[in-house]
Design a protein around this ligand. Structure first.
Ligand code: NDP
Length: 329
């Protein structure tokens, strides 16, 4: 084994896309329990934006961004038995650093890819699809016939959620910011959509559910939709706040949960749901079974060369994207 020099996208300070620096880095040999992966397709996720801007603090600087990629095992360290050199694999949790040609990664966070999932499809869907898996099958176990509110339904996570909800016979009401996004969410299985720029979300949810509201609301938009989410959930229902695309929800007085009707609130992360190989594999098996049975189609909406990641961040942050974006090293 020998270390490799590869291109990576690093930040040396928090800030705008001008902080994304495409540069050479050295990737060493894998240590015990690690594998080295030659990335072939890298997932773009909103969390990468949070770490670039500093909304989520970097563990240290400079930092190679990115959590998700698919590729080929290039070298394995001591004690690694479930993957070997040449295996096609993917990862979506663990230490930062996926925005690179090669990455050292804990083997316990790496799984083999089935033949029916391409590298680009895996990079487009591991982090997003496993998020939908835990949101719909673990945080709250959806039942057929239920009606839910899901924000940003035409986004990367959103289009997988639309398809998964439909497969479960759950009526997904999705918020979107344009008519074009509404059509895309509906084509992927959303039951109804609400234009968050022109309509009152809670009033529309109430009308669509004949006053019953939703047993669960999934909110990744954060600041802008927080109050609408509380007003769209049934008494003793669950608000799942799992992202901050419009900014974080802060300064909350928990008394609001009483005032709105004995609500439950959770703020989950994917990491805590897939923090062992067994849990990661079980969630991935669930996603892959949905793909194999053709209930979920894994789509790559757009691709960019890794060197042009700044353009991809700008598109994602400005709400110009639908579905998933993949970066090619
Ligand atoms: P998306 O492709 O969904 O992009 C974000 C979407 O949020 C936009 O397209 C936009 O849709 C909507 N949005 C609403 N307000 C704003 C705003 N002010 N600025 C930008 N976007 C806004 O991203 P991802 O699929 O990568 O992630 C979706 C969300 O899920 C993110 O918030 C992410 O952090 C979260 N997430 C959380 C995880 C967890 O475990 N906690 C794991 C994975 C993702 P529209 O224009 O239609 O409103």
């Amino acid at each position: 084994m020998a270390s490799v020099i590869t291109k990576a996208v690093r930040i040396h300070a928090n800030g705008g896309v001008e902080q994304l620096s495409y540069e050479d880095v050295e990737v060493g040999d894998p240590g015990a329990g690690q594998v080295r992966i030659r990335n072939t397709a890298i997932g773009l996720n909103f969390i990468d934006v949070y770490f670039r801007t500093g909304l989520y603090p970097a563990p240290s600087l400079p930092l190679t961004l990115g959590f998700e990629a698919a590729g080929v095992v290039d070298a394995v360290g001591e004690g690694v038995s479930h993957v070997k050199v040449g295996d096609r694999v993917a990862y979506c949790q663990g230490p930062h650093g996926a925005y690179a040609g090669y990455k050292l990664h804990p083997a316990s966070q790496v799984i083999k890819l089935p033949k029916f999932v391409t590298d680009e499809q895996a990079a487009a869907s591991m982090l997003k699809g496993l998020t939908v898996q835990y949101l719909f099958r673990q945080t709250y176990r959806l039942q057929g016939g239920e009606t839910i509110l899901f924000h940003a339904a035409a986004g990367g996570v959103g289009l997988i959620a639309c398809q998964w909800a439909k497969a479960l016979k759950v009526k997904l009401i999705g918020t979107v910011s344009s008519a074009e996004k509404a059509a895309i969410a509906k084509a992927h299985g959303a039951w109804e959509t609400i234009n968050s720029k022109t309509e009152n979300i809670a009033e529309r949810v109430s009308a669509l559910t004949k006053g019953a509201k939703c047993p669960v609301v999934y909110d990744s938009v954060g600041k802008d939709t927080w109050m609408a989410s509380l007003d769209s959930v049934q008494q003793r229902g669950l608000v799942v706040s799992y992202g901050n695309a419009s900014g974080p929800v802060d300064g909350v007085n928990i008394g609001i949960l009483a005032a709105k009707g004995s609500l439950f609130l959770t703020r989950p992360t994917l990491g805590t749901h897939v923090n062992t190989l067994e849990k990661l594999q079980a969630a991935a098996d669930d996603l892959f079974a949905m793909v194999k049975s053709k209930k979920i189609k894994l789509e790559v909406a757009s691709t960019y060369p890794l060197a042009e990641v700044g353009r991809a961040h700008t598109q994602l942050e400005s709400r110009a994207t639908t579905g998933a974006t993949v970066l090619l090293p």
